[in-house]
Design a protein around this ligand. Sequence first.
Ligand SMILES: C[S@@+](CC[C@H](N)C(=O)[O-])C[C@H]1O[C@@H](n2cnc3c(N)ncnc32)[C@H](O)[C@@H]1O
Length: 360
Amino acid sequence: MKTLSNAVSGQPRSSTVGRGNSTNPIDPATIPETWSDGLVSVYFDDSLNRYTEWPTPTVIVSDGGYGILGFEGDTSDHLDLPHWYQPHIEMWSKHATPSTTLWFWNSEIGWAVVHPILEAYGWRYVNANIWNKGNGHIAGNVNTRKIRRFPVVTEVCAQYVYEARIDGLTLKQWLLREWRRTGLPLKKANEACDVADAAVRKYLDQGHLWYFPPPEMFEKLQKYANLHGDANGRPYFAVDGKRPTSADQWIKMRAKFKCPHGYTNVWDRPALHGSERYRLSGGTGRAIHLNQKPLDLITMIIQASSEKDDVVWEPFGGLFTACIAARSIQRRALGCEIDSTYFYHGVNRLQKESEMLQWV
Ligand SMILES: C[S@@+](CC[C@H](N)C(=O)[O-])C[C@H]1O[C@@H](n2cnc3c(N)ncnc32)[C@H](O)[C@@H]1O
């Protein structure tokens, strides 16, 4: 399904005129089109113009429209967010592999309306993580009689992976199909893996009990099938249809993930304040970008879902928090920012951070 539902596409577009930058605008003519330091490359451009030239992403950190007119081009409510994200999601899907994780930041309703588009383009939902900014975020400033709801102190960071498909089948379906093609009884899969019943119960299950065979188990299944299965059907468990897939190749069929110790899906972490927030130097000291994300949380999600030298995309850069986080843990990063003022300050921040890195 690659079309938006009529219910959504029939809506008139809401305004996309942002509430304006909080700083003095920088003339676009005065800033460079791109900046790079070898590990990070950022572009003063619409990310839609850049995806095709970027290397394959292991991680995409999306922190774009929220439907709150948060920046020039954001929509005025959540109803238009599916349209806003659809061309980006289409491009992410074109460039993703089964090793790719998408971290989709938004409000709960923003995420809810975009979720069907993500699914339609092959992104499999894994988890909803909640950034809980705590009571300090509202500090008694909310008139609940007026808003008539509980004050919101959270954002959502939904984890998606790009679902691997072989011959149009999910991995779960493909594993069972391959085993059935051998003509061997199901229980022989347990013998192949040298387990009592775990192979059939876990790797060939078609329900929620299924789980991804570890590489060594996959290789055992594959070798057994190719040795004992019907000779006419070989090769078995060959992702490319030509050569049986090895353990090393199999591991690439799912996204990377390593949970940092002690973390759950609720991230208690105060909203940005003090020196964390990037501000205009001198003068007013006003915050430059109201949507700047905490560096520690962004570092944590990138670290959990990638390894050294992997590629991170930050299509909606702002002050390029994900690029800075990626670089600090030796990932390569590519980012875009469409607003000249944010781009200018984002590059300044990247430069300042790299000067600091040299002193570490
Ligand atoms: C929510 S903010 C991101 C903030 C960022 N995560 C940070 O920590 O600084 C979204 C940013 O995406 C930019 N943007 C929106 N559409 C874009 C597009 N198509 N290409 C590049 N940047 C875009 C906006 O100007 C805005 O600064």
